[in-house]
Design a binder for this molecule. Structure first.
Ligand code: F6P
Length: 468
């Protein structure tokens, strides 16, 4: 069901990141669930995708996909100063830590908020320009664009507009830290349909609306009554392309990659643990390393027999990410210094991005995957991992603070703050009877297979059709 429930209207998607990036003179498709799911829908509806352009030489518009041009990628070019204030500043130094409840990392300047408003207006102007006369549905993506709906609505009051918030929405006690809280809520309530990852985030949002704005809300049906309009607020847990991961993990290429990888790092015959994370402080990579250090201290018989592979993908080039990356590197060094032997290292640290094909191979080869997020909207690595072990060998240790833990059965839930509990969970997972592991993994696989990324997009499209 790859996006076959197509809309009558043209779809205008707006996101910060481009679905196709112009690199070395050609367009390359971005990796990630959103693009995978939306690309077929955009092609079928001949829609327009508006995003912040990353290479001016690409020009303002391209027809994509390059091999079968059918929809338009419209780029909005932002100045360094605007990017600094809107993306690095308000989005990632303020909204991100606020929504992930890491409050001591919040940093806010007036200039950030000014840029955020300005850039949201720039995106809204681009939408108005692209709209033309025909019917359209505008679908905004994520926390970068909270105000965009309001600026569009001011000029096109009857347009259908929706926004999906990809990260957590915090409880009111946290949200009230935000000096611009009413403005943000007003911006979001300009949409007709608001999507969140989980029931709990949806409820947090509705409570913020009633506490801050005194509006009438219907928690059960997810309705807000505002300015004579009814806004629907629903949960749509995002997912992955299950079949793609299953198929990619099954290929001969994947087997060969795994063989080469094990040979390169001397991992033949080892039990393997795997972590795959952006180098983001919300991912709890340091907590995972605390666990590993304790695990090897408490269970020395696993020294030389179990290796943890950590793929760490550098991300936003700002504080506090840069110092987090430094701390992660130092921690790996110190654990490896403590336990390594001439033939074995406890942690194989790979800093950089691997292709999804290579990741699928690693997922398949790992005896366990560990996700230690301290807070996470969903965490798609959890779903990619369960889609990949086609021989049903493996176990997922998943932080109870990742959205996936609320959405998906079949994971072994861990509390990353309980270092000893996590270390014991690794041991139990490695020693669990194979049959038990298979059953557990199978539950998770069935869930992700049914609730895949195409279903996510189709569920949202179904809701678009109910907008009056
Ligand atoms: O989870 C929110 C999100 O914006 C994702 O959509 C994205 O993959 C990830 O964070 C990376 O963020 P950025 O676009 O800032 O690199």
């Amino acid at each position: 069901m790859k996006g076959e429930r197509i809309l009558k209207e043209r779809l205008i998607v707006v996101s910060n990141r481009e679905p196709y990036v112009f690199r070395r003179g050609r367009l390359e498709k971005s990796v990630g669930g959103l693009v995978t799911a939306l690309d077929p829908v955009m092609q079928a509806t001949r829609g327009i995708w508006i995003a912040a352009g990353s290479s001016p030489e690409a020009g303002p518009r391209s027809k994509v996909p390059p091999e079968a041009p059918s929809y338009t990628l419209r780029r909005v070019f932002l100045s360094e100063e605007d990017l600094e204030g809107y993306y690095n500043g308000y989005s990632n130094r303020f909204l991100w830590p606020l929504c992930h409840i890491t409050l001591d990392r919040i940093y806010l300047r007036n200039s950030y908020w000014e840029s955020y408003q300005k850039v949201n207006r720039v995106f809204a102007d681009a939408v108005i320009e692209e709209l033309g006369r025909g019917k359209a549905i505008v679908w905004l993506q994520d926390y970068h664009l909270a105000l965009c709906g309001k600026y569009i609505r001011a000029r096109r009051p009857r347009l259908k507009i929706s926004l999906f918030w990809h990260i957590p929405w915090p409880p009111h006690d946290v949200f009230r830290i935000c000096p611009q809280r009413v403005e943000l809520l007003e911006g979001l309530l300009a949409n007709d349909l608001l999507g969140f990852q989980l029931e709990s985030y949806r409820l947090n949002f509705l409570r913020c609306v009633s506490r801050e704005m005194g509006l009438k809300t219907d928690l059960k049906r997810g309705l807000v009554y505002y300015n004579g309009r009814t806004i629907r607020v629903k949960a749509f847990p995002i997912s992955v392309d299950f079949e793609w991961f299953e198929e990619s993990a099954s290929t001969r290429r994947a087997e060969r990659f795994l063989e080469r990888f094990k040979k390169k790092y001397g991992l033949e015959g080892q039990l393997l643990g795997l972590g795959v994370d952006r180098l983001d402080y919300t991912k709890g990579i340091l907590k995972c390393f605390d666990t590993l250090e304790l695990f090897f201290a408490k269970y020395p018989r696993y020294r030389g027999r179990f290796t943890f592979i950590q793929v760490a993908v550098p991300t936003r080039k700002i504080e506090p990410y840069l110092s987090y990356m430094e701390r992660v590197r130092k921690r790996v060094e110190s654990i490896n210094r403590r336990y390594s032997t001439s033939r074995w290292q406890p942690i194989r640290y790979i800093e950089g991005r691997l292709s999804h094909e290579d990741l699928a191979a690693l997922y398949r080869g790992a005896d366990l995957a560990m996700i230690s997020s301290v807070y996470d909207g969903m965490n798609l690595v959890a779903k990619e991992y369960v889609a990949s072990p086609v021989d049903l060998k493996g176990a997922l240790l998943l932080s109870e603070f990742a959205g996936a833990a609320e959405d998906m059965p079949g994971a072994i839930l861990i509390n990353p703050y309980d270092t000893e509990g996590c270390a014991d969970a690794i041991k139990s997972a490695l020693e669990a009877p194979m049959e038990k592991k298979r059953e557990t993994l199978q539950d998770a696989r069935e869930h992700v297979k049914r609730n895949n990324i195409f279903r996510w997009v189709n569920e949202i499209i179904k809701e678009f059709k109910c907008i009056p």
